[in-house]
Design a protein around this ligand. Structure first.
Ligand code: FAD
Length: 477
């Protein structure tokens, strides 16, 4: 046994140092399953002290460390490279809920807590943790923080960063930094919590966090509304926000091509439309007050009535041409399953170029229109799929080639990327919205990140991780 393995076994025990290929497979293969890395060992500490000892040892031996939580990241940052030099530090055993305060509406969780477990735990107390997306059953809060994950509720509650009051982190030399404050105000120097959030494992290991909780909605109304186009969708969003006092929890763009892909690859999913409209939006509004959630004598809650009224107005003004309102929790779940299966259907369709971009809300329509022409000129007949979180301007824009023309897609990949990324800055957009940079967007980082900002990031990295052991080759080109 090599010294490195012996030392790790001494810290976490033999059963938590995985060296055999078969034991490592699930940790070193990324979510889509098309990339694998190599690790000297997968190490699974049980607590922050063990993480600290591992990092101290890695620091002294200049051993690269790749932190990993749920391994659902889609930027290629959660698995090691092919060198086989790194140890993969899995946080999955650190899944204790350390504290919940009903009155302060906070929860303190360890990094390996699965997002869905946090949901169910707080819901039992009538509380709500709003971070939500399709990977909730596998992703963990450490990874959510490290990627500053977004999801479908950002329009109302913000990104993961906005939901976090404090973190505990182990720095590259093993030092434990306790910033687990539940304070809403704490101006005591540099904001190190927010530096670690979104750092994708390149500055330290997040081991725990204090999260903000909210009142659990007492009623939700969910619907799919057919709109004329993306701008019409945005007008509808603003109308509903105004009429409901900002009760929109999610507002998702669902183009026809998405329903077609879902029907093709996931035919068991129930389709809501017999005649699929060109563009629809998934809307969810929620009420936390009894007054808005209580069933009236006419059998409708005030929040449902509000949605019906807004939709009626929108029909009148031709903003909406059709709508399917979920009349039960089962129907709500069917609608959400369609949206949350988008990535699975897109992946199943095969070779593609995928973009995770952010735009000002009022630029989304024009950008999508411009791209339809631009991409078609480069790759005639290409199919474009603009799915996304319209409520916060995040587009998951995918370009598929015409059937049987994948070779052509590969040939023109660089031109298509340049054509999509090129105009983004003039729209005030970003080349990376919620998935992060990881290993997959290093070229974009070099090409499009402000050079001065990139230089400062490099100085921060050099100061906090002078030996460059934290997730090397990820995020920073
Ligand atoms: C079906 C599906 C739907 C998705 N939908 C969304 C979505 O709507 N919005 C969205 O934002 N993302 C989405 N994602 C992407 C992914 O789920 C998120 O990025 C998630 O936050 C990653 O969490 P994780 O625990 O799986 O992290 P991992 O994949 O394990 O890691 C991600 C990154 O964080 C680093 N990291 C992990 N844990 C730590 C830690 N404790 N300390 C320091 N660094 C760490 C890793 O090194 C890596 O760089 C989706 C993924 C899938 C598969």
């Amino acid at each position: 046994m090599s010294t490195l393995i012996e030392k790790l076994v001494a810290i976490v025990g033999k059963s938590n140092v995985l060296t055999a290929q078969k034991d490592q497979t699930k940790y070193i293969t990324d979510w889509p399953g098309d990339k694998t890395g190599r690790a000297r060992a997968v190490v699974r500490p049980a607590n922050t002290q063990e993480v600290s000892k591992i990092m101290e040892f890695a620091y002294h031996t200049t051993t690269p460390v790749v932190p990993q939580s749920g391994n659902t990241g889609v930027a290629g940052g959660s698995i090691p490279d092919q060198s086989g030099d790194a140890i993969l530090l899995s946080l999955e055993r650190m899944n204790i809920i350390r504290d919940i305060s009903r009155s302060a509406q906070t929860i303190v969780v360890e990094a390996g807590c699965v997002l869905e477990t946090i949901h169910t735990t707080v819901e039992e107390l009538g509380l709500f943790f709003p971070l939500n997306f399709g990977a909730r059953g596998s992703c963990m809060i450490g990874g959510n923080l490290a990627t500053n994950a977004g999801g479908s509720n950002v329009v109302r509650y913000g990104n993961t960063r906005d939901l976090c009051l404090g973190i505990e982190a182990v720095m590259p030399d093993g030092e434990i930094m306790n910033l687990l404050s539940g304070l809403h105000k704490n101006n005591t120097g540099y904001d190190l919590r927010n530096l670690l959030i979104g750092s994708e494992g390149t500055l330290g290991v997040i081991t725990a966090a204090t999260l903000k909780l909210f009142p659990l909605p007492k009623a939700r109304e969910t619907c799919l509304a057919t709109v004329n186009d993306i701008s019409g969708g945005l007008d509808l969003l603003n109308l509903i926000q105004a009429e409901t006092g900002g009760a929109v929890e999610a507002f998702e763009l669902m183009p026809k091509a998405l329903f077609e892909l879902l029907a093709k690859h996931l035919p068991h999913l129930k389709q809501p439309f017999t005649d699929i409209p060109e563009m629809s939006v998934l809307i969810e509004i929620a009420a936390t007050s009894d007054a808005d959630a209580k069933m009236s004598e006419s059998g409708i809650t005030p929040i449902a009535q509000k949605l019906e009224n807004v939709l009626a107005d929108a029909f009148e003004s031709d903003l909406v041409t059709d709508a399917v309102i979920a009349s039960s929790e089962a129907q709500r779940s069917e609608i959400w399953t369609l949206r949350e299966s988008a990535l699975e259907a897109i992946t199943a369709e095969g070779e593609r170029i995928g973009f995770d971009i952010a735009l000002p809300l009022d630029a989304v329509h024009e950008f999508v229109d411009e791209m339809a022409g631009t991409v078609d000129r480069i790759l005639p007949g290409a199919r474009m799929l603009p799915v996304g979180h319209l409520g916060d301007g995040n587009l998951h824009y995918t370009v598929f080639p015409k059937e049987d023309e994948t070779a052509n897609l590969r040939k023109h990949a660089a031109d298509i990327k340049a054509a999509v990324y090129g105009p983004l800055s003039s729209y005030g957009g970003s080349f990376s919205a919620e998935h992060g940079i990881g290993a997959n967007k290093l070229a974009e980082m070099t090409a499009f990140k402000d050079p001065a900002a990139l230089a400062v990031m490099r100085r921060v990295k050099a100061a906090l991780d002078p030996k460059g052991i934290m997730n090397p080759g990820r995020m920073l080109p």
